[in-house]
Design a binder for this molecule. Structure first.
Ligand code: ADP
Ligand code: MG
Length: 852
C-alpha cells in the first residue's frame, strides 16, 4: 500500500500501524486533527460520515481533536477498536514530531460515561479450554469487578455467557473451532492464556505469592482466561488496571441455574416488546446505577441459599414495617450518582472535575443513609426475636439472620467525611468538562491561585479603564480597546475619526482594516503580558490541583469500592421493598422442600401491563407425593402460557429474596428453572425450530433434578401430530417416573391427559372458558380436570375467519370425531378429580350443544 518514497512522517505512521492488530483503526494526531490513512480511512469514513480525501494519492480522512470523542463513540458502536496516537513532542523546525499510542479503545473496555448504559455492566470476557475444563474470566472495566469461573461442560459456559453478554470475548487463537463463532469473539495470542505466564501476570498484578487467597490457584483454565484479559488490557490496550483489586470466583453451587433459552423464554431482562415487559422492568425501582446493575445481576443469578435469602427478606420486611424510613432511604439514594464507575474512571487517570464533584455530592448523602439504617436497627432490635414477624414463624426466622445484613450495610458504608469536605471546598460550583481551560477550582482554596486570579482580574480591569483614559487623551469618543487571539489587546479607531485627530507618540500601528486602524502601546502590551501570563499560570495550577484531588480519591479506592457495593445492595433491596409495597406483593415462605403452594398468584409483568382486562389470579399446588406433574389443557388464548410462566417467575422472584405477586406463597427452593417453548410458539428462532426445541428438551432431560422446576409450553408442536404427541408423552413420563421434578406442562395434545390414569402424581388442569351463543368467553381460571376439547374453531371465529369456513370446519370436526377410536372424555380413567363433570362449573355445560 505504500509508494516508493515515504515522507518521514508517513514512515513513522507505517511503523506504528504495523505494531497494531489489523482490525484496529489508527487515529493519528496531526495538529488539531486526528487523521486516518489508507484502509483505515476507507473503513472509517462511511461510519463517521466524513469526506474521504487523497493526498499524494493516499486516501485519508480526519476529525477535529476537540470533537474526537463523538467520532470515537461512533466507531466503537460500529464494533471497531480505535488506537489513539498522540503527539509527544513539541513541533520544532526540521524535526519530526514524536508520537505514541496513548490508548486503544474497544467495546469491552470503554469507561466513557456517554458510551455506556448506566443500568447494565459492560463486560470484557475471556474463555479458555484445557482438557475437560472450560474456564471463563470476566472484567467490568468500568467498575473493577473481576471474576473467574470454571465449568466441566460446555453448556453452562454458554449459558453464563448469555447472561453476561460481554461486549468483547477473547479466546486463544489456537482454539478457533471451539469459540470463533461466539458473539463478540476475538482471537488473542495463545501465549497469554498459558497457565504459567497467565498465573504469573496475575500474581504480579495483585502482588501476591499465589492465587490461593482468591480461591482459584487450581483453576488453571479460568486463571488462564483471567491472565489473558489482564495481558490484553495492559499490553494491547495500554490501560491502567489499578482498580482491578481482586479476583472473585463465581461459584454456581449456591445459584439457581437458568439456561440461556429459559432466560429468554421467561423475559427476565429482555423481551421482544421492550424492557417494560420484563421481570426487571417491573422490579427495577432503583435510584442509582449501581443498584440497577446489581438488581439485574440478582435476577440473572437467583439463589438457593436459604440463609442469604432470609437475610434479604428480613431486610425488606424491616423496610416495609417502616415505610417512612423506606422513603427516606430512597430519597437519600436519589442524590447518589455512579460512585462505582466514577471512582473507577478517576483511578485510571481519566475523569474530570465533574466526576470529582459527583463523587463529593454522592458521599455527602452517606451520613443520612447511615442514620436511616441506625433507625432500622434500633426498631428491629425491639421486635426481634421476641416478637416474630407475622409473615413468618420464629423458627424460620433465626434471630441471627435478622439485622446481619443491616450491620453489614452500615459497616461497609464509609462516609469519607474528610475527602468529601476537601472535594466540596476545593471544587468550583459548576466545573467544566475540560481539564486545562481553568474554572475547576473554587476561589479561596489555594492562595497562589487566588493571587493569579486577582492579577488577571486587576489587569483586565486596568485594561478596560484604559479605554476611558485613551478616549480622553485622544479626544476620540468612539475609541475602543479590543482583544483577539492573533494580536492580543489593541486599540481600534475608525478611519473617519483618525483623519481629524493627532495620535500620541506611543501608538504603534498594527493593522489597517476597511473602516478602522488598530494600534498598540507599550503600556498596553506590558499589562497584556501580565494578564495573559497569570491566566495561563492559573490554568496550569488548577490542573495540578485537580490531579492532587484525583490522587486523594485514588488513595481511598478500596473503601470507595466497598461503599459503592453497599449502596448498590441497599438500593436493590429498597427497590424490591418499594415494588412489594406498590404492587401488593407478599413475603413467600421459603423452605427446603419440593412443594410449591401459591394462593391467588399473579403474573408479575402481565398484571402490570394488561389494559383491557383485569388480571385473574390463580392458585398453584405442587406436592411431591401426588401432584408433581401438572398437565394443563385449554383452548388457544385461554391463558395457559401466562399461567405456567407466572409460576416460574414467582419461584424465581422468591429466590432472589423478593416478595411475590400472590396472596400467600410457600416455595420449596428449586435448584434450576427450565422454561421450554414449543417450536411453533417461538417465532424468534431460525429454520430448524423443531431441532432447537428438541435440543432444549434434551438439555432438560439430562440436567433436571428432583429439585428443579420445569415449565414446558407446547412441546412437540414442531412436527407431525403423532410424532409430536409421542415425544411429549415420553418426555412427560420420564419427568414423572425418573426425574420426579415439579413440572407444568401446557399442551394442546389432549391425549396427554390420559397419563393421569396411570401415573399417581400426574394431575390434569384446564383453563376455564364459557360458551355463550357460540361465542367463547375466557375466564382465565385454572381448574382441576382436563379440558374436553380444543375450541380451535371458536378461536378461529374470534380471529375473523369467514363464516362458511367456520361452518365447514365444524362439520368436518364432527365427522372426524364420529370416526375416531379415541376414548371420549366420559370413559376416561377412574380418578374423580380428572373428570370434568365433577369439577367444571355449570357455566360450561352448554358447550355440549356445539356439536350438531
Ligand atoms: P394460551 O397459552 O393458552 O394460548 P396465553 O397465556 O398466551 O394463552 O394468554 C393469552 C392472553 O390472555 C394473554 O396475552 C393475556 O392478555 C390474557 N391472559 C392470560 N392469562 C390471564 C389472566 N390470568 N388474567 C387476565 N388475562 C389473562
Ligand atoms: Mg400458549
Amino acid at each position: 500500500m505504500s509508494g516508493p518514497k515515504l515522507t518521514p512522517m508517513m514512515a513513522q505512521y507505517q511503523k506504528m500501524r504495523r505494531s497494531l492488530p489489523d482490525d484496529v483503526l489508527l487515529m493519528y494526531r496531526l495538529g488539531d486533527f486526528y487523521e486516518m490513512f489508507f484502509e483505515d480511512a476507507q473503513n472509517a469514513a462511511p461510519i463517521l460520515n466524513v469526506a474521504l480525501t487523497r493526498r499524494n494519492s493516499i486516501p485519508m480522512c480526519g476529525v477535529p481533536y476537540h470533537a474526537a470523542d463523538a467520532y470515537i463513540a461512533k466507531l466503537v458502536k460500529a464494533g471497531k477498536r480505535v488506537a489513539i496516537a498522540e503527539q509527544t513532542s513539541e513541533p520544532s523546525p526540521g524535526k519530526i514530531v514524536e508520537r505514541e499510542i496513548a490508548r486503544i479503545i474497544s467495546a469491552g473496555s470503554i469507561i466513557e460515561a456517554h458510551l455506556l448504559d448506566d443500568a447494565r455492566p459492560n463486560y470484557l470476557a475471556a474463555v479458555y479450554q484445557m482438557g475437560k475444563k472450560w474456564g471463563l474470566a470476566c472484567v467490568d472495566h468500568t467498575t473493577g469487578e473481576f471474576t473467574v469461573a470454571e465449568f466441566t461442560e460446555r453448556g453452562p459456559l454458554d449459558d453464563e455467557l448469555a447472561r453476561l453478554t460481554p461486549s468483547e470475548l477473547l479466546y486463544s487463537d489456537e482454539q478457533i473451532p471451539a469459540f470463533g463463532a461466539l458473539p463478540a469473539a476475538q482471537a488473542y495470542d495463545a501465549f497469554a492464556f498459558l497457565p504459567d505466564p497467565a498465573g504469573q501476570l496475575l500474581k504480579d498484578h495483585f502482588a501476591v505469592q499465589s492465587l490461593h487467597g482468591f480461591g482459584c490457584a487450581e483453576m488453571h483454565a479460568a486463571t488462564g482466561a483471567a491472565g489473558a484479559i489482564l495481558h490484553y488490557l495492559i499490553h494491547q490496550l495500554r490501560r491502567p488496571c489499578e482498580h482491578l483489586r481482586s479476583l472473585k470466583v463465581r461459584e454456581d453451587s449456591h445459584l439457581v441455574l437458568i439456561d440461556a433459552a429459559s432466560q429468554a423464554n421467561l423475559d427476565l431482562i429482555d423481551s421482544r416488546s421492550g424492557k417494560k415487559h420484563t421481570l426487571l422492568g417491573v422490579l427495577d425501582r432503583t435510584k442509582t446505577p449501581m443498584g440497577a446493575r446489581l438488581l439485574r445481576d440478582w435476577i440473572l443469578h437467583p439463589l438457593r441459599d436459604l440463609a442469604q435469602l432470609l437475610e434479604r427478606q428480613n431486610f425488606i420486611a424491616d423496610l416495609l414495617e417502616q415505610p417512612f424510613i423506606l422513603s427516606k432511604l430512597r430519597e437519600s439514594l436519589q442524590g447518589i450518582r455512579d460512585v462505582e464507575r466514577t471512582t473507577a474512571r478517576l483511578s485510571q487517570g481519566a475523569g474530570n472535575a465533574r466526576d470529582l464533584q459527583a463523587l463529593a455530592v454522592s458521599l455527602s448523602h452517606i451520613p443520612e443513609l447511615k442514620e436511616d439504617l441506625a433507625t432500622l436497627t434500633r426498631s428491629g432490635d425491639l421486635q426481634s426475636p421476641a416478637q416474630p414477624r407475622p409473615e413468618q414463624s420464629s423458627t424460620e426466622n433465626p434471630a441471627t439472620a435478622h439485622g446481619s445484613l443491616l450491620t453489614d450495610h452500615s459497616s461497609n458504608l464509609n462516609d469519607h467525611t474528610d475527602l468529601t469536605a476537601q472535594l466540596t471546598t476545593a471544587l468550583a460550583e459548576e466545573p467544566p468538562a475540560t481539564l486545562k481551560d481553568g474554572g475547576l477550582i473554587a476561589d479561596g482554596h489555594n492562595p497562589e491561585l487566588d493571587e493569579l486570579r486577582s492579577a488577571t482580574r486587576d489587569g483586565k480591569q486596568w485594561i478596560s479603564d484604559l479605554q476611558a483614559q485613551e478616549r480622553q487623551r485622544t479626544g476620540i469618543d468612539t475609541l475602543k480597546i479590543k482583544f483577539n487571539n492573533v494580536f492580543g489587546y489593541f486599540i481600534e479607531i475608525s478611519t473617519a475619526k483618525l483623519a481629524t485627530a493627532t495620535l500620541p507618540d506611543d501608538y504603534t500601528r498594527k493593522q489597517t482594516m476597511a473602516n478602522a486602524e488598530r494600534f498598540i502601546t507599550p503600556a498596553l502590551k506590558e499589562m497584556e503580558a501580565k494578564v495573559l501570563g497569570s491566566e495561563e499560570r492559573a490554568k496550569k495550577l488548577e490542573y495540578e490541583l485537580f490531579l492532587e484531588l484525583r490522587q486523594q480519591v485514588c488513595e481511598h479506592l478500596d473503601s470507595l469500592q466497598q461503599t459503592a457495593a453497599a449502596i448498590a445492595r441497599l438500593d436493590a433491596l429498597g427497590s424490591l421493598a418499594e415494588t412489594a409495597q406498590t404492587h401488593r406483593h407478599c413475603r413467600p415462605k421459603l423452605e427446603a422442600s419440593r412443594a410449591i403452594e401459591i394462593v391467588n398468584g399473579r403474573h408479575p409483568v402481565l398484571e402490570q401491563t394488561l389494559v383491557d382486562e383485569k388480571f385473574v389470579p390463580n392458585d398453584t399446588a405442587f406436592d411431591p407425593e401426588d401432584n408433581l406433574l401438572q398437565i394443563l389443557t385449554g383452548p388457544n388464548m385461554a391463558g395457559k402460557s401466562t399461567y405456567i410462566r407466572q409460576v416460574a417467575l414467582i419461584t424465581l422472584m422468591a429466590q432472589i429474596g423478593a416478595y411475590v405477586p400472590a396472596e400467600s406463597a410457600t416455595i420449596g427452593l428449586v435448584d434450576r428453572i427450565f422454561c421450554r417453548v414449543g417450536a411453533s410458539d417461538d417465532l424468534s428462532r431460525g429454520q430448524s425450530t423443531f431441532m432447537v426445541e428438541m435440543n432444549e428438551t434434551a438439555l432438560i432431560l439430562n440436567h433436571a433434578t428432583e429439585h428443579s422446576l420445569v415449565i414446558l409450553d407446547e412441546i412437540g408442536r414442531g412436527t407431525a401430530t403423532f410424532d409430536g404427541l409421542s415425544i411429549a408423552w415420553a418426555v412427560a413420563e420420564h419427568l414423572h417416573d425418573e426425574i420426579k421434578c415439579r413440572t407444568l406442562f401446557a399442551t394442546h395434545y389432549h391425549e396427554l391427559t390420559d397419563l393421569s390414569n396411570t401415573r399417581p402424581a400426574v394431575t390434569n388442569y384446564n383453563v376455564a372458558v364459557r360458551e355463550w351463543n357460540e361465542e367463547i368467553i375466557f375466564l382465565r381460571k385454572i381448574l382441576p380436570g382436563a379440558a374436553d376439547k380444543s375450541y380451535g374453531i371458536q378461536v378461529a371465529r374470534l380471529a375473523g375467519l369467514p363464516k362458511p369456513i367456520i361452518e365447514r370446519a365444524k362439520s368436518i370436526l364432527s365427522h372426524l370425531e364420529l370416526n375416531s377410536t379415541k376414548p371420549d372424555a366420559k370413559k376416561r380413567g377412574p380418578k374423580a378429580k380428572n373428570t370434568r363433570q365433577n369439577d367444571m362449573p355449570e357455566s360450561n355445560a352448554p358447550q355440549l350443544d356445539l356439536f350438531d
